[in-house]
Ligand binder design. Structure first.
Ligand code: NAP
Length: 351
């Protein structure tokens, strides 16, 4: 799970009068969840329009997108997550961490951004609404030529894929990278980013997604419904694991001697601790090998966001958007993500 930027709710107390581009109504429609549960707790409500507090900007949200992360925050599972998300009910009610939009007001000390700037980044929720107030330091400019939809689809999944492959996996040109779970949000970015880093890519997905993953640039595709990457002869320098459905022995067996196993996810059966037990056992098993185990919680940085922006601008990465929905489509989109078989990205246009 990502460590989330800390932003305030719409009715932030430390506010200043925005001098913005828009004439902004005091309330706005938003996709909210006031209690933990499945997609049926998501409702469209009128909530106070946020204002830019100290160090914050107010952005008019042009596009957001949904991630597995949003499902975890919706359901409040695994339960340890509630220590930060709110013990009895969610502290933040407006869904959506990814955001791309236009700065319409600037709070005190938010000197890095200006009214009219096109920006994207990750906030601690609030994306599924027409306006979001968030710290300026969490946002970077959208490069020229990159659409709001592409930028809004990128932050959480793109940062996770980039940090998994580059920061933790140490992916270098010529490495052979195995991406388990190549068809979801993280996976579709990972296939493209691994290619941009100069790697040979083997992608694992189900039958219906084979064509998509090939089109994104995978050199080899393993359809896990009919085939298995473990008994094969291919050996990998990096295994980026977005699923966590294989034993430690399986993962070790497919890695080259100095290979790196990067755990993005793990089994979700344990509602209290999620994948923690599985990850601890896997880490322990790797101590007896030359290959290394890496587990991480993605954390958005301006440098990584700007690097992703360059990949978007150069066309090396084109977010795979399966569909765009309005606020009324947020609940169904979250249910699809909760099924564990969402395809690529679902973008939210908050109208
Ligand atoms: N560590 C972190 O900081 C971090 C950050 C972001 C996400 N995550 C976690 O990483 C995981 C992936 O995130 P996401 O946003 O990509 O999720 P997602 O968009 O919901 O995608 C899940 C994907 O998993 C694939 N999948 C399911 N079972 C599979 C199997 N047995 N073998 C191969 N692929 C399988 C599905 O493809 P098919 O339909 O083809 O089966 C689906 O496309 C989630 O568990 C999320 O919680 C962790």
């Amino acid at each position: 799970m990502n460590s989330r930027p800390n932003t305030t709710e719409p009715n932030s107390t430390e506010t200043i009068e925005p001098t913005g581009l828009d004439s902004i109504a005091p309330t706005m429609r938003a996709a909210v969840a006031r209690r933990y549960g499945n997609a049926d707790v998501v409702a469209i409500e009128n909530v106070p329009t946020p204002q830019a507090g100290k160090g914050q900007v107010l952005i008019r949200v042009e596009a957001s997108s949904l991630n597995a992360l949003d499902w975890h925050f919706l359901t409040g599972t695994p339960y340890f997550l509630r220590l930060i998300a709110g013990l009895r009910r969610p502290k933040r009610i407006v869904r959506g961490a990814d955001v791309a939009g236009t700065v319409v007001a600037v709070g005190a000390d938010a000197t890095s951004l200006h009214i009219g700037d096109r920006v994207f980044g990750e906030s601690a929720g609030g994306g599924c609404a027409p306006y979001l107030a968030t710290k300026a330091e969490y946002l970077v400019p959208i490069p020229e030529g990159v659409s709001f939809q592409a930028a809004g689809a990128t932050p959480v999944a793109g940062i996770t894929a980039l940090q998994g492959l580059r920061t933790h996996g140490g992916t270098r040109p010529g490495d052979h990278v195995l991406i388990n779970g190549a068809a979801g949000g993280v996976g579709t970015f990972a296939v493209q980013i691994a290619k941009a880093l100069g790697a040979e890519v083997t992608a694992v997905c189900s039958t219906r997604n084979v064509g998509m993953v090939e089109r994104l640039g995978a050199d080899h595709v393993v359809d896990y419904t009919t085939d298995d990457f473990v008994p094969g002869s291919a050996r990998f320098d990096v295994m980026l694991d977005n699923v966590g459905n294989r034993s430690a022995a399986d993962c070790i067996s497919v890695l080259r001697p100095a290979g790196r196993y990067v755990a993005v996810s793990g089994p979700k059966e344990n509602r209290w601790l999620g994948p923690i037990g599985h990850l601890v056992r896997t880490r322990f098993a790797f101590r007896r090998t030359d290959a290394t185990f890496h587990q991480f919680t993605a954390s958005s940085t301006p440098e990584d966001l700007m690097f992703l922006g360059e990949l978007l601008a150069s066309g090396q990465v084109v977010p795979e958007i399966q569909r765009s929905v309005g606020l009324d489509g947020v609940a169904d989109a979250l249910a699809e993500i909760g099924s564990g078989h969402a395809r690529a990205k679902i973008v939210v246009i908050p109208t």
